[in-house]
Write a protein that binds this ligand. Structure first.
Ligand SMILES: Cc1cc2nc3c(=O)[nH]c(=O)nc-3n(C[C@H](O)[C@H](O)[C@H](O)COP(=O)(O)OP(=O)(O)OC[C@H]3O[C@@H](n4cnc5c(N)ncnc54)[C@H](O)[C@@H]3O)c2cc1C
Length: 626
């Protein structure tokens, strides 16, 4: 296990393989002997180990040798890992201040699961051995319940099948009717998150019903404004099991994506009830079942008793609609961005767009294109980056690997960088973006646009991960603002409305026909409160944001409420982490998941879930974790 990564760059593939293999063998040997001091010493002193479900049933980020050692001492015996072996050929890369890394995938087992991992070895001062700067261990599948994919595809005995009265179509239609049975899982919301999770659950034999309130799967995208195309590139947006066709465009138009969602649901044999709205639910702690009420297309109500519910309602929870004095006297249209703004005849009319996030910018641009006189009202600062070269920098890995590696491998590589480290890496990266975008930003500043670079100088990408808000990737609206084609009113609020007039907090006013409120949505916890009541909302706690433990709050993982999960977010997150939510649900259904109070880390009081996990990490806390 020689050091010198500089030499490593020039070394042969065989030498790189040998170094990685030797490190992994030493690591496995130390783990087998329960020599956690030695294991921890194989980590870089500034290193991160992230474990997704293998050695405990949670998402865990550990930073530094001491944390790793005490965590292993506490958790490893319960689910010991063994038979670590290298997978594929190591590569040489770089991360942050480490100019050369030796990176490799590996496989391993626990008593109940097959695992996959990814490691980045780097040099450490005063050490002759390479150390792990990042180490990811993840549950790949439960041994007893492998995915029905590839060589494990379902295979029917055709001689028997040919004699059966029902064919595949008959069975599919019976399965989705739920006439005389209830599903094990009800997923609320048939957007990309709900569908990908349902597809994954289906592969491991979990009976899942997705309910979707709109008329057709994909309507959530169809109903968004006319001009919308995905803002990030296709390379990171593929769906689980079904990557997009090779000839699809880089930026996917919203209606094309909508149709794909519908096609995906059909191809993945997902049971979806459209025109079906979730009305509310309660949990029976004794029976460990939910009672959920669904409003059906024909106006009737169906009650079901699943053991799990998953909230996948995306941002379509409760729109945040501010109230203004004089709203009744205004006389013009006031619409929220969640409503369709395409129907308005806006040519030659004056429109005020309230809000300067992505929706505010996109709607302002679309209205301008349709001949409106648009003013954008910006209350507080926003992070703006160019589409190229800046917005793509954070997902360079996906660009590089598109069509080269399976997307599941790239997802593992991405997941191996925990959020606190990501925040660290994004400080210099976002400063580079500001440098690259200096002309754009100077132009915006000149017209008074309020800019920031994120709460801890981490730029747009961390805002996206933490809040899904507060940034704009410039697809042209910034240029229109700089050129004065979209007017700007910054740093003020609406004081009151008068007939066809808006009065701002600085005393100025604007004559306007239409007000579009691009003011976002209430926190998802409020949707949970409205649907499930205070107790459950408080147990689940805040949703989204990075918690004090360096992991997302209440997303994809177990929440403080038994049998309750939340899925959502952009396509990459929904794809990568639905894998783990599905495993957790399957483990619970098969009696493999210990009750929350019985998990070892819970017993030690270390985990902060539900009411105990009430806050997001501040920028300073993240620095501390990182
Ligand atoms: C303008 C815009 C541009 C975006 N661009 C990108 C991009 O480029 N890349 C990217 O990855 N992401 C992008 N996003 C983010 C995108 O919204 C999310 O990625 C995605 O929509 C979230 O998926 P989801 O499945 O979690 O939620 P959604 O897509 O919002 O789906 C939630 C579903 O739940 C349904 N639902 C809600 N309430 C109920 C209920 N009570 N009962 C039954 N069903 C219900 C809704 O009808 C909807 O179909 C963009 C978002 C917007 C608004």
């Amino acid at each position: 296990m020689e050091k010198s990564l500089v030499a490593l760059r020039e070394s042969s593939a065989a030498q790189q393989y040998n170094i990685a293999e030797a490190w992994l063998a030493a690591f496995a040997g130390a783990l087998e002997q329960r020599d956690y001091i030695r294991v921890a010493a194989m980590m870089h002193s500034d290193g991160y180990w992230r474990d997704l479900l293998t050695f405990g049933w949670e998402f865990k980020t550990l930073h530094g040798v001491d944390k790793v050692q005490s965590w292993l001492t506490e958790t490893f015996d319960a689910q010991a890992g063994r038979t670590f072996r290298l997978e594929g050929q190591p590569t040489v890369g770089a991360i942050g201040e480490h100019g050369a890394t030796l990176e490799f995938f590996f496989r391993f087992e626990t008593s109940i699961a097959h695992g996959r991992g990814y490691a980045r070895l780097v040099e450490e001062a005063r050490s002759v051995d390479l150390k792990a700067f990042t180490l990811l261990t993840t549950m790949h599948e439960l041994k007893k319940f492998p995915q029905a994919t590839a060589r494990n595809r379902p295979r029917e005995d055709l001689r028997i099948a040919s004699c059966q009265p029902e064919n595949w179509a008959d069975r599919r239609s019976a399965a989705r009717r739920y006439r005389d049975r209830d599903p094990e899982v009800v997923v609320i919301g048939g957007g990309q998150s709900g569908l990908m999770l349902a597809a994954r659950l289906g592969q491991i034999g979990v009976d899942t019903l997705v309910i979707e309130k709109t008329r057709r799967v994909g309507d959530v995208w169809r109903n968004r404004y006319h001009s919308l195309q995905l803002h990030n590139e296709i390379c990171m947006n593929h769906f689980a099991y079904m990557p997009f066709p090779e000839n699809w465009p880089v930026f996917i138009p919203k209606d094309k994506l909508a149709n794909w969602l519908e096609f995906y649901a059909e191809a993945m044999e997902i049971n979806v009830w459209t025109n079906t709205t979730f009305l509310g639910g309660q949990y029976d702690d004794g029976e460990k079942r939910w009672t959920v009420r669904l409003g059906l297309a024909d106006g009737t109500t169906r009650t079901m008793r699943p053991s799990h519910v998953v909230v996948a309602v995306g941002v379509s929870g409760i729109p945040s609609i501010p109230k203004f004095d004089g709203m009744d006297e205004f006389g013009g249209a006031i619409v929220h961005s969640s409503e369709n703004t395409d129907g308005f005849d806006v040519a030659g009319r004056s429109v005020l767009v309230v809000g300067a996030g992505t929706s505010g910018h996109d709607i302002a641009q679309s209205l301008y294109g349709r001949g409106a006189h648009v003013t954008m009202l910006q209350r507080s600062s926003v992070t703006v980056v160019s589409l190229e070269p800046s917005s793509v920098r954070p997902y360079e890995l996906y660009r590089r690997n598109d069509g080269v590696r399976p997307i599941a491998d790239t997802d593992l590589m991405a997941a191996s960088v925990p959020y606190p480290l990501l925040a660290r890496l994004h400080q210099p990266l976002s400063r580079q973006m500001m440098e690259d975008d200096k002309e754009l930003l100077a132009g915006l500043r000149k017209v008074g646009f309020l800019l920031d670079n994120g709460e801890d100088d981490t730029g747009y990408f961390l805002k996206l991960l933490r809040y899904q808000a507060g940034y704009y990737l410039n697809i042209g609206a910034s240029d229109l603002i700089i050129e004065g084609k979209i007017k700007l009113k910054a740093g003020v609020e609406i004081a009151e409305l008068k007939p066809k007039q808006v009065i701002f907090s600085d005393g100025t006013s604007l004559v306007t026909d239409i007000v579009v409120l691009a003011t976002g949505y209430k926190p998802l916890q409020e949707w949970v409160r409205a649907m499930f009541g205070d107790d459950i909302a408080d147990r689940v706690g805040p949703i989204w944001g990075i918690g004090e433990d360096g992991e997302l709050c209440a997303m994809y993982a177990r929440t403080g409420q038994e049998g309750f999960y939340v899925s959502g977010g952009g396509l990459p997150g929904a794809r990568a982490y639905s894998h783990f939510t599905a495993l957790l649900i399957k483990a619970a259904l098969e009696g493999l998941l210990p009750a929350r109070s019985a998990t070892r880390s819970e017993a030690s009081g270390e985990r902060r879930e539900g009411p105990k996990r009430a806050g997001h990490a501040s920028a300073q806390e993240l620095q501390r974790i990182g």
